[in-house]
Design a protein around this ligand. Structure first.
Ligand SMILES: *[C@@H]1O[C@H](CO)[C@@H](O)[C@H](O)[C@H]1NC(C)=O
Ligand SMILES: *[C@@H]1O[C@H](CO)[C@@H](O)[C@H](O)[C@H]1NC(C)=O
Ligand SMILES: *[C@@H]1O[C@H](CO)[C@@H](O)[C@H](O)[C@H]1NC(C)=O
Ligand SMILES: *[C@@H]1O[C@H](CO)[C@@H](O)[C@H](O)[C@H]1NC(C)=O
Ligand SMILES: *[C@@H]1O[C@H](CO)[C@@H](O)[C@H](O)[C@H]1NC(C)=O
Length: 483
């Protein structure tokens, strides 16, 4: 298919390119083109992952149980949402203002788990919602009060860190009580994973399941991500799962952790956070962190745009610290922004934020798509390596510095002539049963933030970009990691 089909010739760009469609002429051509692009993407990702697993020797030393030991918990059924028990760390003081984050991802008859508060009196979030006559109170995890023993532990900086560290014990014991009473929720299998998060963590549960399904839940696993800001990793630990991004502990590890936790908490009374205590106690058991790039602690300030528009090729699992960051979409507040992202996520969960790029050699344009979120148009030819590198639209968490981060960045300003013309998701539509169409509209920039070069003026005349794509195979992320 030639470029002209994708990019009709422009004579007067300002007048004619009000609506720029990618591609424009024939819906079927559109489809084949995207399918081709997508196959290349699939191939690239499978190739790179195959190389990784071929050349990096797998270490099995941290799987303590002898693999030949018969395991009564073994269940060959694929992991689904009902195998996960969420333990959300909240407090009476924060729950009221933060429960709206949980309501974005909690789905009452599917997700299992609790938000653990320090006190039940008054249950602030719930009361507030009832007063307002809101029906959303059922769309948040049921509230439980942390078992009171936490108050007897030593601590140096934050007392609540002890309580939150013990949520995994509280969750484990609660699940055992429920199982004993035969009160297992409908349609639910045995618990395979305990997933911890904060009350301001937003989970993308479909992708969380895809990520966890890759691991053998009958072995001991500790899965999560660390901080984006090097200063945070240095101060806490590089190889620790930061709690706000959420982390997962497989059942056999949770069982062992719960047995040693209380003794261990006293040993690490001098640590700052709950996540650091859990990390230390798991390290004592001999298990190390398995990093998954879709967990986002988001220890950054400013605008997360740079990271989200160049997300690593991995499913989006969580977002955190959104109260401290600019809303994800311009001209929308935080909640609206998350709902906008959700419209695309719900149509094709595995593809959300996945980056694809094209070069138009005729126009010398580069287009980079972060699916369901944003499209960048560069009026120049930009290398793939540069496109994969986040624009630095943010600063570090603690010192508000320009780095370092745990990944490379490229300047996010101030010269507007190094930046792309940006389009943000306007709407997402189903295209038949197997496809989607996402439409992105150009973000207006102030004159002082606008590059005045003629090649930019041409790119700026594009008002909208339409991307059609096939839905990702729901098992795509499981397959790429196991082949
Ligand atoms: C959850 O399940 C119960 C019982 O099956 C049903 O009454 C209720 O409407 C369901 N709630 C949602 C949000 O689907
Ligand atoms: C769910 O479980 C409850 C109690 O065990 C039962 O009354 C109800 O009928 C079940 N609902 C479904 C849809 O199976
Ligand atoms: C999850 O898997 C279990 C088997 O372990 C099965 O019984 C259950 O129906 C599945 N639930 C969903 C929601 O798919
Ligand atoms: C965000 O916008 C929505 C819709 O416009 C509005 O209902 C909501 O109150 C706003 N939230 C905040 C925190 O301003
Ligand atoms: C581009 O031109 C406009 C109008 O002449 C001016 O206000 C703006 O500052 C210029 N932008 C840059 C980055 O020089």
């Amino acid at each position: 298919m030639n470029q002209a089909a994708c990019f009709p010739p422009i004579h007067d760009p300002v007048k004619k390119l009000r609506q720029f469609s990618l591609p424009v002429k024939h819906p079927w051509e559109t489809f084949t083109h995207i399918v081709k692009g997508f196959i290349v993407l699939c191939l690239l990702s499978s190739i790179s992952i195959v190389l990784y697993t071929t050349f990096i020797p797998k270490t099995h030393w941290h799987h303590f149980p002898n693999p030949s030991t018969p395991n009564s918990r073994f269940d060959p059924e694929p992991t689904n949402i009902s195998h996960i028990l969420f333990g959300i760390g909240g407090s009476v003081a924060t729950w009221r203002d933060r429960s709206h984050y949980s309501s974005l991802w909690w789905s009452p008859n599917q997700t299992r788990g609790y938000v653990w508060l320090d006190d039940n009196n008054p249950p602030a979030g719930k009361q507030q919602q009832e007063e307002e006559g809101s029906s959303s109170s059922t769309n948040v995890p049921p509230v439980r009060v942390s078992s009171p023993e936490w108050t007897r532990f030593r601590y140096s900086s934050s007392r609540s860190a002890v309580r939150i560290a013990r949520i995994i014990s509280d969750s484990f014991k609660e699940s055992q009580r429920q199982a004993a009473k035969g009160m297992k929720e409908n349609n639910s299998g045995a618990i395979r994973w305990f997933v911890m998060g904060d009350d301001d963590t937003v989970f993308y549960t479909h992708n969380l399941v895809s990520v966890l399904a890759k691991y053998d839940h009958t072995q001991m696993w500790y899965v999560g991500g660390n901080s984006e800001s090097v200063e945070q990793d240095v101060m806490h630990a590089y190889d620790m799962a930061f709690g706000g991004g959420g982390f997962a502990v497989s059942y056999p590890l949770a069982e062992r952790l719960v047995a040693v936790l209380d003794g261990c908490l006293d040993r690490y009374f001098f640590f700052y956070g709950s996540d650091q205590r859990i990390w230390a106690c798991i390290a004592e058991i001999g298990v190390q962190l398995t990093r998954e790039p879709g967990f986002h602690q988001f220890d950054i300030r400013g605008n997360p745009y740079g990271i989200l528009s160049a997300h690593p090729p991995a499913p989006l699992v969580s977002l955190h610290h959104l109260d401290y960051l600019d809303p994800l979409f311009p001209n929308q507040n935080r909640t609206e922004s998350l709902k906008s992202l959700n419209t695309a996520y719900q149509m094709d969960p595995g593809r959300i934020l996945q980056q694809t790029f094209f070069h138009d050699h005729t126009r010398k344009w580069t287009i980079s798509v972060a699916w369901g979120y944003s499209v960048q148009l560069y009026p120049t030819l930009v290398h793939a390596m540069e496109l994969r590198m986040p624009l630095q639209t943010f600063k570090t968490w603690r010192s508000w510095s320009n780095g370092p981060f745990t990944f490379n960045t490229r300047p996010g300003g101030p010269d507007p002539c190094i930046l792309p013309v940006v389009f943000m998701l306007e709407r997402a539509e189903e295209l038949g049963q197997r496809g989607t169409r996402t439409i992105y509209s150009r973000v207006a920039t102030k004159p002082q933030d606008t590059c005045n070069r003629t090649d930019y003026a041409r790119a700026m005349s594009v008002q909208r970009i339409t991307v059609s794509s096939l839905k990702l195979d729901p098992d795509y992320w499981i397959k790429v990691s196991t082949t």
